[in-house]
Ligand binder design. Sequence first.
Ligand code: GLU
Length: 446
Amino acid sequence: MGTEREIRVRFAPSPTGALHIGGGHTALFNWLWARHKGGRFVLRIEDTDRERSTQAYEETIMSGMRWLGLDWDEGPDVGGVYGPYRQSERLNLYRENAERLVREDKAYREGEAIIFRVLPGEDLSFDDVVYGRIEVASDGLREKGSDELKDIVLIKSDGMPTYNYAVVVDDHLMNISHVIRGEDHISNTPKQILLYHALGWELPAFAHLPMILGKDKKKLSKRHGATSVYEFRDMGYMPDSVFNFLAILGWSPGDDREIFSRAEAVELFELSRVVRKPSVFDPDKLNFINQEHLKRLDPMTRLEMVRPFWQELGLPIASHDDAWLADALTLMGGRGKTAKELAGFSDYFVSFEPVKARYTPEFSEEEKADLKDFFTKLLAVPDWTDSALEAQAREWVAQRGVKMKDYAMTLRFALTGMKVSPGIFEVAQHLGRDETRRRLAHYGLI
Ligand code: GLU
């Protein structure tokens, strides 16, 4: 056996829109395969649709890929020995090879256009890495409802190559070993194989990725909510989570592990473990994954994720030091599916104002007298620690034969304005004795 072919894969977006979930998914699987195999990941811009392609979309796609952490080894910005990496800059290569096919009588001219002649009887079957054996013959390339074999346009009369032709020329000249792309391209593959045969070129391996559906089992679209990679960023999802989420759409490491880092995904990824059936884009799963990643962040990084969302809520972050704010988020113990949600759940650490806006109790004089006694003794504990506070509270309720829950709940509301919070004595400890007193005093509870 000779040495194994160098692994080279490519992501080939058309710059006619932002980077969507489907494109991000395809790019990610190519990237994972390249990184897993120590190969090269190429970015090629398929901008032959001159009307719809723009430089701005090319840039958004690239910055979306960067946000996801998908770096490329060759591409229009970084260059590489197989460039240029924009199809609009490769027109001479498409023309040269088409002219050769005309000379060999495999293609003919029709005005300015060059057209490939499809002959019957050619076996175009291939072994897809994901879908297995796909049997097709050139006889199948007929026009719908007609017996005529349909010839393939290589170069249109405006001088631009067609997708099926340009992709073959580029994948060959760029020495691509694996074509990994969406399942919607399976039907194009036989035509491309026919052109590989005619040009006398070795076939790459083909791996088609299953489609991504919405929860209603329809093809993912705008109707299902956010679909562009940037929309997820703005909603408070982290790149590592979107990366993790996309990685398990149609692939799993073989056990039921769902949470992993980039490095773990690179290590575990196997093209042969991509499943054939469509995968479902489940926003609850994304939330779960994001929450798990948020929990695993180190406190200072978590603070940096949450800070812009506290700012958005107009909270006075600058009046606390960073370490104290980071500790407050640690106390939240994994609450919050997104950084945005976590910011909302923990607003009371940053300021008393949102608490006042949420909680306006009315106590009877009798209730007040009782609560005042409880809180005055609580505020007098010698050590301001959660365990000392809890011990004092337990002793007080035991003496009166009343329920701890009722008093702890009042404390929770007065400090947080919320029904749910971390251990309330831990919250009190973190806020400090003075701030706790100030909040209780506001409600007339001391
Ligand atoms: N530009 C094509 C697309 O966006 C690329 C398909 C391929 O990877 O061959 O679908």
